[in-house]
Design a protein around this ligand. Structure first.
Ligand SMILES: *[C@@H]1O[C@H](CO)[C@@H](O)[C@H](O)[C@H]1NC(C)=O
Ligand SMILES: *[C@@H]1O[C@H](CO)[C@@H](O)[C@H](O)[C@H]1NC(C)=O
Ligand SMILES: *[C@@H]1O[C@H](CO)[C@@H](O)[C@H](O)[C@H]1NC(C)=O
Length: 296
């Protein structure tokens, strides 16, 4: 178990200067039997009551309000993502529950080579939606060993590269269409490609919980993101980003990550294997700040 308390104190101390969301209005509470799915960002909103706490009955207006209040997403942007997710092709009917998003078809949140979830085919029990601490810790350890102290777009590109390489090596059913890039560096937008969602998620993570939010200094950005994935709750001191996320800003960030990813040399197989076969979760905890994240 994580020693969450000391880590929480550390985060409070490191984020003293920001205006937090009113915790009293949005305490963490996950009722028994609640529906949760593969998207930590939406799970957090249900855990804090921005979405219905049972994770069910989700409609566009409910999501627009929650994503605007908690993440400063523009309603148009939410509507676009919603339209891609819930339609006759994906078979995700409205209203939906968070666990419905684990469907493994084109155009949906669940995709292979996730940074925190197993591929369906390589998990022990066909679980493609639960948080896997080893897998996530190993991804962070990989970029720490490359010398990154913060989780910026370059580090995120390296993590995506690692996870794609591992899925290519270990998942015989790996399905992961990649996006192409225009000569000017912008993405060819194609939501039928799983990489579209993988890059979009990476962009959200950086903008919501990373140093781009203005919340973190260079070191805490990685600790906060680890906190967010591990606990599915807001890091202490979290506030919505000051800059509203729109389709334009999200695509620009995704293109930035993709641009760096495209220029990386192949990862040697023994290196990818090392960050697959070893459990770095204990080592990572130490490196995230001495005794701050005590895993035992
Ligand atoms: C992902 O997992 C869910 C629940 O176990 C399952 O219904 C779905 O078919 C899986 N996706 C795959 C293998 O495509
Ligand atoms: C978590 O991922 C690792 C690969 O890094 C795998 O060995 C392990 O079986 C996974 N755990 C579960 C519960 O699927
Ligand atoms: C990300 O951080 C590393 C140092 O940890 C730095 O070398 C790199 O230039 C940064 N990338 C960007 C896009 O700022």
């Amino acid at each position: 178990m994580l020693a969450l308390k000391s880590f929480a104190l550390y985060l409070i101390a490191s984020a003293a200067s920001v205006t937090a969301l009113p915790a009293a209005l949005h305490p963490f509470l996950k009722p028994p039997g609640a529906s949760r799915g593969p998207c930590p960002g939406l799970n957090i909103l249900a855990n804090h009551g921005f979405l219905p706490r049972d994770g069910k009955g989700l409609t566009l207006p409910i999501l627009q309000q929650a994503l605007s209040d908690a993440y400063n997403f523009s309603p148009d942007f939410t509507a676009t993502v919603f339209a891609i997710q819930s339609n006759p092709v994906t078979g995700i009917a409205v209203p939906f529950a968070l666990e419905d998003l684990k469907k493994h078809v084109p155009f949906v949140v669940e995709h292979d080579a996730s940074i925190s979830r197993n591929d369906f085919a390589t998990s022990r029990s066909g679980d493609n939606y639960s948080y896997n601490r080893t897998l996530f810790a190993n991804s962070l350890q990989y970029v720490r060993d490359l010398g990154f102290t913060e989780l910026n777009s370059t580090a995120m590109a390296h993590i995506r590269h690692l996870r794609e390489t591992q899925s290519e090596m270990y998942n015989p059913q790996f399905s992961y269409g990649r996006l192409s890039v225009n000569p000017d560096g912008s993405l060819v937008v194609d939501p039928s490609m799983p990489e579209f969602f993988a890059l979009g998620e990476a962009a959200f993570i950086l903008d919501l919980f990373g140093s781009n939010n203005g919340l973190a200094d260079s070191d805490t950005s990685m600790a906060q993101i680890a906190w967010m994935f591990t606990t599915e709750s807001f890091p202490s001191g979290y506030k919505p980003p000051a800059v509203q996320a729109t389709l334009t800003t999200a695509l620009a960030r995704a293109a930035e990550i993709k641009g760096q990813l495209a220029s990386l040399p192949p990862i040697p197989k023994d290196v990818a294997a090392k960050y697959w076969n070893t459990d770095f979760s204990k080592k990572l905890a130490l490196q995230l700040g001495g005794s701050l994240l005590d895993m035992s």
